[in-house]
Design a binder for this molecule. Structure first.
Ligand code: SAM
Length: 257
């Protein structure tokens, strides 16, 4: 069993029989994992292949390895689930990125809406880069074959008008208050699978702490989104995001069994 799993740029692995590890990974291998020549690590290039690599030399300024085996990873869901998440306080959004990656999300799309606490201008390059590294670490830990994409933040209108999922869901707690009839996520996925057969991509939209306006719900419905309920209790946005992703993946047969 390899000691460490790391995503690397595709060209590093394919370049030659023997190659140098990127500096950050070399440091982890040498100083954190304290590996030596002869030990193995797993490198992933995001295509769903795991490369078992043997360390050839572990020096202060260079750690070299070569591929000694490769195998397809079976951890990637067949159904691509995209989570459109209203911008939240930093820690909450980071938590969703980590847990959503573990669950098997393919893509995160942060959006600003009428009630989101922050706007697009609040997403700095540093914050975006932090989200990417959280997703990469979570993908390595959960033995994923790829790192979920984190798209640049957009407006709610851009999100619901540009989505191309086979099945589009928007979770609204307004249903809980009896203002609108709606199905559960499981019912919606099963009904879609029965009627149209093809279910390759599911899009889920979860609002910010302040929820959606009724105009935003109407706009989503005009663009093919189904309003779904997550039950009679009002969930925090981060809870709702993970419950919705779990229910969708489970209904699509992507949570084992
Ligand atoms: N509007 C309320 C508020 O201001 O506190 C609740 C918003 S809730 C914290 C954030 C998001 O979680 C909602 O926009 C919705 O997408 C989702 N959500 C929470 N509870 C839900 C439920 N019971 N059914 C459907 N969606 C729910």
């Amino acid at each position: 069993m390899s000691a460490g799993r790391f995503f690397v740029e595709r060209e590093i692995i394919s370049s030659a029989d023997s190659f140098s590890l990127p500096v950050a990974i070399a440091q982890q291998v040498r100083q954190v994992l304290r590996l030596r020549a002869g030990d193995t690590i797993t490198l992933l290039d995001g295509t769903g292949i795991a490369y078992i690599c043997e360390l050839q030399s572990v020096a202060r300024d260079d750690v070299r390895a070569c591929v000694c085996d490769r195998s397809p990873l079976r951890t990637e869901p067949r159904v691509r689930v995209s989570l459109y998440q209203g911008l939240l306080k930093a820690a909450k959004f980071e938590w969703i990125v980590q847990k959503g990656t573990e669950l098997g999300l393919t893509r995160f799309v942060p959006f600003a809406s009428a009630h989101s606490i922050s706007g697009l201008e609040d997403v700095s390059a540093a914050k975006y880069s932090r989200w990417r590294s959280i997703a990469t670490e979570a993908a390595e830990q959960s033995e994923r074959g790829m790192v979920p994409e984190i798209s640049m933040p957009m407006t709610f209108a851009q999100a619901v008008t540009s989505d191309i999922g086979d099945l589009k869901l928007i979770a609204w707690e307004g249903v809980a208050m009896g203002t609108l009839a709606a199905q559960t996520i499981m019912e919606t996925v099963y009904t879609h699978a029965e009627t149209s057969g093809m279910l390759a991509a599911i899009s889920i939209v979860i609002g910010p702490e302040g929820g959606f306006t009724s105009d935003e719900i109407d706009l989503a419905c005009q663009h093919g989104f189904h309003v779904v309920t997550l039950g009679p209790r009002i969930l925090r946005a981060e809870t709702a995001a993970l419950v919705a992703v779990t229910l969708a993946l489970s209904a699509a047969g992507e949570m084992g069994g």
